[in-house]
Design a binder for this molecule. Structure first.
Ligand code: E4P
Length: 218
């Protein structure tokens, strides 16, 4: 499973990259705003700065909600760097834009997926990635992981090339469950990724080894 980090924070992206496990980055307009990145020029420069840190797909989302606007914005984003993936919302105008970009060889990430039907139609349109938001489904007392599993079955039935990018990951168990199901990619916060490395028995075992070594060297 590929690991993407879901942030626009350059320090966090660098830290994740230095861990040696980072395959890509996802952003969204809320994450960009959280970092205080506003204005067209600053936004485009920020995407370029992210692409300079990590050599892998970097999702950059369009703001327009009409086909022509999405194409216009997406072409500007895609021209920034070879690793830019144009992130497009799951609406009917978005499907048309995905089809357009797919025919031009430009990668897309269809975002805000909350049902298997949406995942199916986005794959039909030629999306490179689809982003089912599992944490937000959990937030409304439904099971986000079940949706990832359902999409996996559907994509396997028809051998779609579209990759399942499990998004809105909130904690390490989400990551493990996504890996069990066979999600192609997960995107989540640095905290959830780093938590995978922790175990109290590792910590106590290491302390014991170091203490025993220190005794032996006296
Ligand atoms: C996906 O690409 C989104 O940026 C993200 O995963 C949404 O996560 P959230 O529900 O934690 O905001």
């Amino acid at each position: 499973m590929k690991f993407f980090i879901d942030t626009a924070n350059l320090a966090e992206i660098k830290e994740a990259y230095e861990l040696g496990i980072l395959d890509g980055v996802t952003t969204n307009p809320s994450l960009m705003a959280k970092e205080g990145i506003t204005g067209q020029e600053n936004i485009l420069n920020h995407y370029k700065a992210i692409c300079e840190i990590v050599d892998g797909p970097v999702s950059a989302e369009v703001i327009a909600t009409d086909f022509e606007g999405m194409v216009r914005e997406g072409e500007v984003l895609a021209a920034l760097h070879k690793n830019i993936v144009v992130k497009i919302p799951m609406i009917t105008e978005g499907l048309k834009a995905i089809k357009y970009f797919s025919s031009k060889g430009i990668k897309t990430n269809c975002t805000l997926i909350f049902s298997a039907g949406q995942a199916l139609i986005a794959a039909k349109a030629g999306a490179t990635f689809i982003s089912p938001f599992l944490g937000r489904l959990d937030d409304i007392s439904t099971n986000g992981i079940d949706l990832i599993a359902q999409i996996r079955v559907i994509y396997n039935n028809y051998t779609y090339d579209t990759e399942i990018l499990a998004a809105s990951v909130r904690h390490p168990m989400h990551i493990i469950q996504c890996a069990e199901i066979g999600a192609d990619v997960m995107t989540g916060p640095l905290k959830a990724i780093k938590a995978l490395a922790n175990h109290p028995l590792t910590d106590s075992g290491l302390q014991q080894f170091l203490a025993d070594h220190a005794k032996g060297t006296k």
